[in-house]
Write a protein that binds this ligand. Structure first.
Ligand SMILES: [Zn+2]
Length: 139
């Protein structure tokens, strides 16, 4: 029998839970009324702002934010409470896992930009090459 922590349920509601865990949770919650009630309760708490996802995390001191959330943090598109939580989680608590994840995501974003630039350059060069050697093996 699966059991789920509050932070996992919260992550699920934020659509930030790992896919296999999320579908397990969905499968269990179909039959498990007490789980349904907990989901309901946590959803309610999250809607109450006072108990934001960040507050739940802080309370239970459990889970690290998911990669998607960290990505959002990096882009600065998270609600204030959540990005505050992540900042304190990383800077105050010094979570190395999240710091590494964040570095990795930052790296990826830079690489994406580099790749786009490189692709544009390559495209430019190949069009030049294309024009100058319109050969028969083309087509
Ligand atoms: Zn962390």
């Amino acid at each position: 029998m699966h059991s789920f922590s509050d932070s996992e349920i919260a992550a699920y509601l934020e659509e930030d839970l790992e896919a296999t865990r999320a579908s397990a949770l969905e499968a269990v919650s179909v039959e498990d009324t007490s789980l349904q009630q907990r989901i309901q309760q946590i959803r309610q708490q999250m809607n109450d702002g006072e108990h934001s996802l960040g507050a739940i995390w802080r309370q239970h001191n459990l889970s690290c934010p998911g990669r998607k959330t960290l990505g959002g943090y990096l882009l600065g598109i998270l609600p204030d409470a959540q990005s505050l939580f992540i900042r304190s989680h990383i800077e105050t608590r010094g979570c190395l896992t999240c710091q590494a994840n964040l570095d990795d995501l930052e790296q990826q974003q830079t690489e994406t930009q580099d790749t786009l630039a490189a692709r544009a350059t390559r495209y430019f060069h190949s069009s030049i090459g294309h024009l100058s050697q319109q050969s028969d093996n083309e087509k």
